[in-house]
Design a binder for this molecule. Structure first.
Ligand code: 0FX
Length: 240
């Protein structure tokens, strides 16, 4: 069986490949990334950069299943209608479809988790094969929540991969459309308006939603020098 894996996230793809190897499945995998990635960053994974919009007709001929493992490309309607395309999403569909789901979950107090689903022409949409919620705490930041979500995604991948290959799974379809968050929604959060009045709860939630390791997300502009000053928050619950 010819299976394509589209990814723009090296560590996610590497973890999925490890799972495939452990299961010793009879598949012929091919790896693709988008122009948003540099194939060199995929180190040991032989990956080819392609534009899915230009190549989808060849993909239809060549592959039985196509996986999106954090691929930054939009899959064309013709492709998802003619080949079984499966998306591994770092959000709990349909609550947080789209970009950086955990950021918006923290910000708006939404549940989150991971979903593996058949793709249709809409973003992070289509019959759900399996989904898993992840527990959130008031001290989670984007990074700590994201790490738990990735773990849940890999568990889902491991639990469902055989049934996906053998097409023995069942799906559920959710009627509600849920929420979609886009990259521009994330970008619009980054500049802090120093004159805005808010409760500590709102401020702390906003800062923890934008605190993700070394990423420079939230910032204010220093009045004197006009330089951006990046802001992260450190949170530590007491021992139980
Ligand atoms: O690969 P990925 O984890 O996922 C993203 C989207 O969230 C997902 O919905 C989509 N299907 C996929 C194609 O792209 O994204 P990443 O590796 O670029 O970022 C991982 C996390 O890092 C993100 O959830 C938030 C954080 N981050 C990332 C960047 C680039 C930041 O906080 N700031 C940033 O500038």
């Amino acid at each position: 069986m010819n299976i394509a894996f589209f990814s723009d996230n090296y560590s996610m793809l590497q973890s999925c490949i490890r799972i495939l190897e452990q299961k010793n499945l009879k598949i012929k995998p091919t790896y693709f990334c988008s122009r948003f990635s540099n194939p060199i960053d995929f180190v040991d994974i032989p990956i080819k950069q392609i534009d899915i919009k230009l190549e989808y007709q060849n993909l239809i001929k060549e592959f039985d299943i196509i996986f999106s493992i954090h691929s930054k490309q939009i899959f064309p309607k013709e492709l998802v209608e003619q080949v079984r395309c499966i998306n591994l999403h770092p959000g709990y569909n349909p609550i947080n479809r789209g970009w950086y789901p955990q950021v918006f979950s923290i910000l708006y107090g939404l549940e989150t988790g991971a979903t593996i689903h058949e793709m249709d022409a809409e973003l992070d949409h289509g019959p759900i094969i399996a989904r898993k919620k992840v527990t959130q705490y008031s001290w989670d930041t984007s990074l700590t929540l994201y790490s738990k979500i990735v773990e849940a995604e890999l568990e889902l991948f491991e639990e469902t991969i055989e049934s996906i290959i053998n097409k023995t799974y069942s799906t559920i379809t959710i009627q509600e459309e849920g929420n979609i968050f886009l990259k521009k929604d994330f970008n619009s959060l980054l500049e802090i308006d120093m004159q805005e009045i808010a409760t500590f709860e709102v401020v702390i939630n906003k800062l923890r939603s934008l605190t993700h390791g070394k990423f420079k997300n939230a910032y204010f502009v220093d009045k004197e020098t006009n330089r951006k000053v990046f802001v992260n928050i450190a949170l530590e619950p007491e021992y139980e």
